[in-house]
Write a protein that binds this ligand. Sequence first.
Ligand code: LLP
Length: 420
Amino acid sequence: MDHFAYKDGVLHAEDVPMAAIAEAVGTPVYIYSRATLERHARVFREALAGLPRKHIAFAIKANPNLSVLRVLAREGYGADIVSGGEMQRALAAGMPAGDIVFSGVGKTRAELSAALEAGIGQFNIELEEEGAVLAEIAAAMGKTADAVLRVNPDVDAGTHAKISTGMKENKFGVAIDQAGGIFQRLCALPGLNLRGIATHIGSQLFDLAPLEAAYGKIGALMGELRAAGHTIDRIDLGGGLGVPYERTKVPPTPADYGAMVERATKGWDVTLYFEPGRVIVGNAGVLLTRVIWVKPGVIRPYVIVDAAMNDLARPAMYDAFHDFEAVAPTGERIVANIAGPVCESGDTFAMARDIDVVKTGDLGIFRTAGAYGATMASTYNSRALVPEVMVDGDQFAVVADRIMPEAIIAAERLPDFLKD
Ligand code: LLP
């Protein structure tokens, strides 16, 4: 459930009419609903209520906006980070360092050092050499790094190839059949406290069966490691739960997921870590856009909007579906294409879509844009970097400015050899 709904025929974000935001901030603009974020955070946490020990680390790659992180920090969420920059954001938003998990296949020495310095709670090691380097840096600093080994369970998550991570040809984690040996060698190193295993098989998952299969393999590995004399007190189950981009396609609920986890992890006697991203923020955000033209097409009309692939990359990158709705629908419908102004045919949000009739100057939204939306935006075609707004009841605030081309140009330099 989200708080983007029609009141008196016009679309609101909580109690704020979309048109008021367009008026004040312009378009395109991302709009987040605080109430929706809080609701999703609570629903996910309640779904895990039956588990004895757990820690939820929001995958901030899905939405690293400081205000979004602040809302989630207040809900008791930590962060799953994949870069030094994400660490800075998590800390700046007030998340305790101990609640931060550092994932990612390419952490640099500088990032590992900075994370140790900050005292983050867990490193998810992706390869043996990384573990050895982490141990060496930690020992040199007189510290011990709490860590888990990310294991690739070789399970097909059944999602888009670009967001699958748990098959053996993927770059993530160590192969499950090599995990025992790597664990054995790494846990002998001073500077490292290897406490368990992590896995994450992919994103936008609609089927719990591959997740359950992966968790089963992780449970079996945990048993082997314990039998070999290792203490295992943490298992990180990753993220991945899908969201309904299309209303007719409904993913498993957090409650379904929680029930599966309870079943799959019964008797494990560990603290379970979770790294949800999309399920928390996806439906808590929309992208508000204005129609520039309705261009008669040869086959069907093109609705040209002022948002483009640089603002919301998912349709161009993954052929992703984002629902489009007029802010003030007339009730009439039309089959049309929706595209942005960028000079690529890939800058198309929808083809042959049955949508509300819109005309030049009308406002519309792309739904479910709170995850992997603004954070994947660029300034391609020298467009401004899209701003972000958060709504709270009848108030709203700009939580990330529109960065104008002049500011971007100002960060560029002409070298001496090109001057005059
Ligand atoms: N943990 C790890 C280690 C991850 O790699 C990811 C996502 C997550 C957690 C969070 O997954 P989620 O709960 O959000 O599914 N840009 C793509 C999605 C990339 C996901 C990358 N990893 C998209 O727009 O669909």
